[in-house]
Design a protein around this ligand. Structure first.
Ligand SMILES: Cc1cc2nc3c(=O)[nH]c(=O)nc-3n(C[C@H](O)[C@H](O)[C@H](O)COP(=O)(O)OP(=O)(O)OC[C@H]3O[C@@H](n4cnc5c(N)ncnc54)[C@H](O)[C@@H]3O)c2cc1C
Ligand SMILES: NC(=O)c1ccc[n+]([C@@H]2O[C@H](COP(=O)([O-])OP(=O)(O)OC[C@H]3O[C@@H](n4cnc5c(N)ncnc54)[C@H](O)[C@@H]3O)[C@@H](O)[C@H]2O)c1
Length: 421
């Protein structure tokens, strides 16, 4: 079974068969780059069902959505990079199945590609809203660049935008929509935004931020139906009978890891594709990285699946080295992510499960939104989030990695350097 530690092996099939990467987004493109960087001279085939060459998603809910970042800025590599690095990029091509015994993937058009080793970077897809009326025009999700284009077109001054879900997508879209002059209502089933990831103390900071920017936040609500007129959405009905009128509805209620291929191929799947610390799946010639991987993390002593940009940037480097047989290739990075909403910029380093902390310590000006929040358990820092305070992620990461107990008074005191704790 994957998930316990195990050694790595060489590419087995030598360099006559290519390394195949399924999923041509940030994870897949970074894996191709890392394979060349690690000295692999054989073939690399990068297969993606989207028609765009690999691009990054963070701008789709921020600068690109706001019209500030040009489209050229979203791509991982310039177009010529793939040919220059002898990477065969097959876009608009879905992989339909994997035959682990035959070391072959079958494409949706029935073509076949043999592999020496296979890397799955299939990412994730948005959870769909399971209520009547949710399939109408004007009900929008945000994952791909054309989704962002559709939402951008809806964010007109005065337009009534209803956002379902106060997670990262919901809040970043709400901020972009208010910035564009739209009227925004956010509907969240829990009592606060980002509650599962940040906990009550810090979630309140985000609730205040959006309220101050004129967002109508409604917590603890249940969406039962979407109304429409001629197939276009007109409103959102809540369990208490209220209807919120909408010109467009943006749904951001989480994602589901794209594990279908792996499951059908008999790989071990549990909240993502399970891997060991080398990102190797239950099949020794198949690896997984990015949003789809539920990877054993040696520092935390358990499997974790991380749905953030930095993970899709870094895990492929470990996977590439591991599948080339480098036994010291282990993914033990501490999760990191960032967000920008209005004039609030933040970074988060660490890992806390919902309810997995017993204390939150603030350093700095919480009301003025210039602070660092630390989540602790038993006096040890599990994670830290800097809000409009910069260049502190390295010492926070070090505090988390060390696992040492800290003096919480000193932790709260901005005059004590983080490195001295
Ligand atoms: C709008 C938005 C904003 C975000 N902002 C941030 C942020 O600010 N900070 C942050 O840390 N994270 C952010 N994230 C999360 C981050 O973008 C993801 O964690 C990252 O994209 C994961 O990369 P990935 O390569 O693992 O998967 P994905 O980006 O999901 O890519 C997987 C690719 O595989 C393809 N694929 C799937 N199945 C197949 C198949 N069978 N055959 C061929 N191709 C297939 C998909 O079409 C897709 O192109 C954001 C995400 C979104 C959607
Ligand atoms: N800055 C960032 O790091 C960033 C930005 C955008 C997206 N992302 C990633 O994109 C993915 C999708 O983001 P997301 O915001 O959709 O997911 P999320 O998991 O961050 O938040 C989903 C929110 O929707 C709520 N919810 C669930 N079902 C609901 C329902 N029926 N009605 C109302 N509320 C409901 C949840 O309680 C939660 O608050 C995640 O992997 C996220 O990490 C990250």
């Amino acid at each position: 079974m994957a998930g316990t530690d195990s050694g790595t092996t060489g590419t087995g099939g030598g360099q006559d068969r290519p390394i195949v990467i399924v999923g041509a987004s940030l994870g897949g493109a970074k894996a191709a780059e890392a394979l060349r960087g690690a000295g692999w001279e054989g073939g690399i085939v990068l297969i993606g069902e989207e028609h765009e060459r690999p691009y990054e998603r963070p701008p789709l809910s921020k600068g690109y959505l706001l019209g500030k970042d040009a489209r050229e800025k979203i791509y991982v590599h310039p177009p010529q990079w793939y040919a220059e690095h002898d990477v065969t990029l097959r876009l608009g091509t879905a992989v339909a199945s994997i035959d682990p015994a035959g070391h072959t993937v079958t494409l949706a058009d029935d073509g076949r590609v043999e592999y020496a080793k296979l890397l799955l970077t299939t990412g994730s897809v948005p959870r769909r809203l399971p209520v009547p009326g949710a399939d109408q025009d004007g009900v929008l999700y945000l994952r791909r660049v054309d989704d962002s284009d559709r939402i951008k077109a809806a964010l007109r001054p005065g337009a009534r935008i209803v956002v379902i879900g106060a997670g990262w997508i919901g809040l970043e879209v709400a901020a972009a929509a208010r910035t564009a002059g739209a009227e925004v209502t956010v509907l969240e089933s829990l009592e606060l935004p980002l509650l599962r990831v940040l906990g009550r103390e810090v979630a309140e900071v985000f609730a205040d931020l959006h309220r101050e920017h004129g967002v109508d936040l409604r917590f603890g609500v249940q969406v039962t139906e979407l109304t429409g007129d001629g197939g276009t959405v007109t409103g959102v009905v809540l369990a208490d009978g209220t209807t919120v009128a909408a010109d467009a509805v943006v749904v951001g209620i989480g994602i589901v890891p794209a594990t279908g291929l792996a499951e059908a191929a008999g790989l071990e799947v549990d909240n993502g594709i399970k891997t060991d610390r080398h990102l190797r799946t239950s099949d020794p010639d198949v690896y997984a990285a990015g949003d789809v991987a539920n990877a054993y993390h040696p520092l935390f002593g358990k499997h974790i699946r991380v749905e953030h940009w930095a993970n899709a940037l870094n895990q492929p480097q470990t996977a590439a080295r591991a599948l080339l047989g480098q036994a010291d290739a282990v993914h033990d990075r501490i999760p990191y992510f960032f967000s920008d909403q209005y004039d609030l910029g933040m970074e988060y380093v660490g890992y806390v499960e919902p309810g997995g902390y017993d204390q939150v310590v603030f350093r700095g000006d919480r009301a003025g939104r210039e602070f660092i929040a630390f989540w602790l358990s038993g006096g040890r820092v599990l994670a830290g989030m800097n809000v409009n305070v910069w260049d502190v992620t390295d010492p926070i990461r070090e505090l988390v990695r060390s696992g040492r107990a800290v003096d919480t008074k000193a932790l709260a005191d901005p005059n004590v350097p983080l490195g001295d704790l």
